[in-house]
Design a protein around this ligand. Sequence first.
Ligand code: 6GU
Length: 249
Amino acid sequence: MIFDVLTLFPAMFSGPTTESILKRAQQAGLITIRLHNIRDWATDRHRTADDAPYGGGAGMVMKAVPLAAAIRAALALEPKAPPAPVILLSPDGTPFTQALAHELAQQPRLVLLCGHYEGLDERVREALVTHEVSIGDYVLTGGELAAMVLIDAVARLCPGVIDAASISEESHSDGLLEYPHYTRPAVWEERPVPPVLLSGHHGEVARWRREERLRRTLARRPDLLPHAYVAGQLSQADLRFLAELGWMP
Ligand code: 6GU
């Protein structure tokens, strides 16, 4: 998977994309992150990338000409492949979810455009942006942190980046939260590990973990349960257990 990131602040990406799993994934050639400074496509002496809005008002707007040139240059980097999705990170976008991360992980390449200032010239959005994504209902100073969140969530779903087993049971993978984890010691500050986990009964461990996932999801994110139900993720045993806890579809 190739991520082409268009940003006014490429230095923001060091750290999140140069450590830990993303570092290893790049070293292993599983993902490529290419940073492009939008200012490099500005044509004036001061390398201006923003300007005052027509009609007046607060803030600045990202200029169409350098932005469009940057996007087109990124698209031209892989001329033989079908055009990559151009994803604008903006608080006006569709909410980023694990399901969208899985969808995007199917693509060979993503072009990520980090919005800044009050926004970008609407004509660039109309002409060149194919998707618009927000990472939550709050406002960031720019799209960079959102792009890093998206890259992190999508990259770990690319084959080989992390152990496939860790993806299948994690939070949100099938619409439920994760079960609690324990490791040695068996008793810590008078708190014992749940005995079933020391029992060696794999079937009972699996059942306990499933019930903990259901219990947790009901307690913390009851909004997720109707979606899991409609998606066919809840077995008859799951529904019986949830009914004992007072939840009905
Ligand atoms: Cl993608 N950008 C900005 N600036 N703020 C956000 C966001 C994106 N997602 C949530 N808040």
